[in-house]
Design a protein around this ligand. Structure first.
Ligand code: FMN
Length: 478
């Protein structure tokens, strides 16, 4: 969930160098409406909205959410009801528009490649979000946090403006629920043609899943990202029974180390991610048969990152100074995937801050559908208020240590909700566990650009066979 950290500014800066710049596609509707309510400094979103192919839809978004000069320090942000399986749900149109705007801005003014990143677990959002990105001409879609078997077909059909169905898992139902999405309906008769199908990159932790996806033409992506467990954000849990170390983090073993020869044998391009930031790592990745590396943490700390500047400074200063702890917390994420949490004071990593935060669930990206006893379809999240979760049949034991990543990550990009009595949502900060690039790229903690990162990584291409960095290094933002 790189919510807004890997925003359009960062992706554009990377794409301009000829490398793939990737925007995070999670929670973009909230990022859009809160930025509009903050006065849309620079007018960027209004410029993107003006390019949206359905002026009526874009105009309605502007009308409802834009606040000239912003709501101000104490002002509360208007929210929207979360996405549901209902085809008439208004959050769908907003999701399409928001993904369009983010990708459109990332692609503005250059010809470099731009990708968008989704979490498979956030199933209800994927079809409308990907359609918005395709409308803006996205070049790649990267999907992890689950088994992205249906994404290749989804990308094909959406780019042809054909209706799609997403099979959504409903807890308590024996079969998934087919949720339809019709891209043509979103266009309300507007003439749109010539949409390009983006390439699909599946994010995997081990070759076994890659081989499974590769087996059938229906599920085969165009390439893979092989992500290790020290990468920022969510990670796959270790194979086998979960064992925890003295800090309570999962213990990974040799079975969790990917065999890159097996990856190479599949014959599709792949990129190595997770602590792979440096020229030597690029050279090693290429020697192992990879097309390049995917890096995230180094970009999260650069000047074009969407991470709130104060938090960014603290991360850099602590890593270069007294030390920074980054836990791989197996409980924090409602998805139940381990999630990297930086130990910064004033954030949800501080148990006192987490305990003082009243549970509120008003964004709901990580809610999962469930079947209620009366047969109705409901939605619940283990980080929501306990009474509500238990009323919905949720097990209290599964709520221990869960954090509201939706509100926490939105706060980390300076768009946190203000609550009654002057409370402000505390941030939660995710970053990778390998930040060894910092002493090289910013030895004195000085600000650095995304472009300087790409230049540094490209040194690893010296002496490797093949074309130059623009075609092959594959350094990517989050
Ligand atoms: C702040 C942050 C947020 C991230 N969010 C996501 C995400 O939403 N989805 C995803 O697939 N990967 C996410 N990642 C992982 C990156 O895409 C990338 O694979 C990883 O950062 C590479 O390893 P590194 O952190 O050691 O550079 C995130 C990484 C960071 C630092």
């Amino acid at each position: 969930m790189g919510v807004g950290v890997s925003g359009w500014r960062l992706a554009r800066a990377v794409a301009r160098t000829g490398q793939l710049g990737v925007v995070s596609g999670t929670a973009l509707d909230t990022v859009l409406i809160r930025t509009l309510q903050s006065g849309d400094p620079g007018g960027h979103l209004r410029r993107a909205l003006a390019a949206y192919p359905v002026p009526g839809t874009a105009g309605a978004v502007l009308e409802r959410y834009f606040v000239e000069g912003g709501v101000g320090e104490g002002g509360r942000f208007l929210t929207t009801p979360p996405l549901t399986a209902d085809p008439g749900c208004p959050a769908r149109a907003l999701t399409v528009v928001a993904n369009f705007c983010e990708v459109w801005l990332a692609k503005e003014g250059h010809r470099g490649p731009v990708g968008v990143n989704y979490l498979e677990k956030v199933q209800l959002a994927t079809a409308p979000a990907l359609f918005g990105a395709i409308l803006a001409g996205v070049d790649y879609v990267l999907v992890g946090a689950g088994i992205p078997a249906h994404i290749p077909g989804l990308a094909t059909r959406l780019s042809r403006l054909e209706p799609v169905t997403t099979d959504v898992t409903v807890e308590g139902d024996p079969e998934p629920l087919p949720v339809p999405f019709d891209p043509a309906a979103e266009l309300a008769g507007a003439a749109v043609g010539g949409l390009r199908r983006p390439d699909v990159l599946a994010i995997v932790s081990l070759p076994a899943l890659a081989a499974y996806l590769h087996r059938s033409e229906r599920t085969r992506p165009d390439g893979f990202v092989v992500e290790g467990h020290r990468a920022g954000g969510h990670s796959a849990p270790p194979r086998g029974p979960l064992r925890l170390d003295e800090d309570g983090d999962p213990v990974y073993g040799p079975r969790d180390t990917p065999d890159f020869a097996r990856m190479a044998a599949l014959g599709l391009p792949f990129w190595i991610a997770g602590g792979a930031c440096g020229p030597e790592q690029v050279a090693r990745a290429r020697a192992a048969g990879a097309a390049g590396v995917q890096v995230g943490s180094v970009f999260a700390l650069c000047e074009e990152s969407g991470l709130e500047p104060g938090l960014r400074r603290q991360l850099i200063e602590r890593r270069l100074g007294t030390g920074l702890t980054v836990r791989n917390d197996p409980a924090a994420s409602p998805t139940s995937f381990p999630f990297k949490v930086a130990g910064l004071p004033g954030t949800l990593a501080d148990p006192a801050v987490a305990a003082a935060r009243p549970r509120v669930c008003d964004l709901g990206y990580l809610r999962t559908p469930y079947r209620a006893a009366d047969g109705a379809l409901g939605y619940r999240c283990p980080a929501e208020p306990l009474v509500a979760y238990e009323r919905k049949g949720g097990d209290r034991a599964g709520t221990e240590g869960r954090q509201c990543l939706c509100n926490g990550l939105t706060a980390a990009i300076g768009l946190g909700q203000r609550r009654p009595k002057g409370r402000v949502e505390p941030p939660v900060v995710t970053i990778g566990q390998d930040l060894d690039f910092l002493p090289h790229i910013a030895p004195g903690g000085e600000p650095y650009s995304a472009e300087s990162v790409v230049r540094w990584l490209s040194e690893g291409l010296d002496g490797t066979a093949g074309a130059g960095p623009a075609r092959t290094a594959g350094a990517k933002a989050l």
